[in-house]
Write a protein that binds this ligand. Structure first.
Ligand code: PEP
Ligand code: MN
Length: 340
């Protein structure tokens, strides 16, 4: 014999079925009237007349809710970045390093390329430490137009020469669509800087290339906006996108930006893309970089980016936050204690 609980459950199931059928019916009636000029009423509509006003209103509200929920589900686009679209982690191979394979990878180099000697001294040190991904800015997105703007194509030539000599890959920022033709031949990974995360024409243009893209989180971008910026690239066909958390603007002044460490596991959970952390631009100071890098690795980052300069005090950009060679040595030694 059925219990009251069983009966209640069965009635609720039936209610739900009835509402689904009625909302489906309502959609069809609407379509028939609006698109096919149908005017007649159906017997069911006559039957509703015998319900009292309150019952009719309640049923109408419930039907409306069902219709809206279904419309939302139908309109829900599965994003290319999502785990719904791709369950397994994306792995992007750069110079033999498989970014996203579960091990942390390192991208190091000066903030800006200033000269052959400056870049090559850093790269030599990196090679000694087994780091093979060389970063360096040739087109610098400076806050002030009067600050050093980078060496441009000459900087790219230096970077690619040094990278070739040391067996490294080049990661560098490109600021605009009109720089792509001259810059791309020198570049292995294109960096889209924080200030350009919302530069949609650039995202789309890079989406039409097959270069790996390192997309940095905007200065004040939410995680949702960050994922959607990546979607701009993916939707154009380029599936090689690495996300880079680099700190966001908050009221805190002890650091240049606030490293949003929670963004790492959230992005790993909600996307299949590799996620790295730029500790240098997050901190804006160098005394806490090792601890931040360890934290990034502990929460599952696929890599760490940091800036290194042979003589930070004389650097033409970001002089306060770049590590010197000795500091870089210690940084890597500390990190290697926790990862291979
Ligand atoms: C950089 O990495 O050189 C840089 C300018 O960083 P961000 O865009 O994160 O400020
Ligand atoms: Mn910098």
């Amino acid at each position: 014999m059925s219990t009251v609980t069983d009966l209640r459950g069965t009635i609720q199931d039936l209610d739900s079925e009835i509402l689904n059928l009625m909302s489906r019916r309502q959609e069809l009636v609407q379509d028939a009237k609006e698109n096919h000029g149908l005017k007649m009423n159906f017997p069911f509509q006559q039957a509703i007349r015998y319900m009292d006003q309150q019952e009719v209103e309640m049923v109408a509200t419930l039907i409306q809710e069902r219709i809206q929920t279904r419309a939302k589900a139908a309109a829900k686009k599965v994003m290319y970045y999502s785990r719904e679209y791709q369950q397994e982690d994306t792995i992007i191979t750069i110079n033999g390093e498989r970014i996203g394979d579960g091990n942390p990878h390192f991208i190091m180099g000066p903030c800006a390329v200033e000269s052959y000697d400056q870049t090559s001294i850093v790269a030599e040190k990196m090679a000694q430490k087994g780091v093979r991904l060389l970063r360096g800015g040739a087109f610098k997105p400076r806050t002030s137009p009067y600050d050093f703007q980078g060496l441009g194509v000459k900087g790219l030539q230096i970077l690619s020469r040094v990278a070739r000599e040391q067996g490294m890959a080049v990661i560098t920022e490109i600021l605009s669509v009109d720089q792509l033709d001259e810059a791309l031949p020198f570049v292995d990974v294109v960096q889209i800087g924080s200030r350009n995360m919302h530069h949609f024409p650039l995202l789309k243009a890079l989406g039409r290339t097959n270069k790996p893209i390192l997309l940095k989180r905007g200065l004040s971008a939410t995680i949702e906006e960050f994922k959607l910026a990546a979607e701009y690239i993916l939707a154009e066909g380029n599936k090689n996108v690495i996300l880079c958390e680099r700190g966001i603007r908050t009221y805190e002044t002890a650091t240049r930006n606030t490293l949003d460490i929670s963004a790492v596991p959230i992005l790993k959970q909600e996307t299949h893309l590799p996620v790295i952390v730029d500790v240098t631009h997050s901190a804006g100071r160098k005394d806490i970089l090792t601890a931040m890098a360890k934290a990034a690795i502990a929460v599952g980052a696929d890599g760490v980016m940091a800036e290194v300069h042979p003589n930070p005090a004389k650097a033409l950009s970001d002089s306060k936050q770049q590590m010197d060679l000795y500091e870089f040595d210690c940084f890597m030694d500390e990190i290697r204690k926790i990862v291979r």
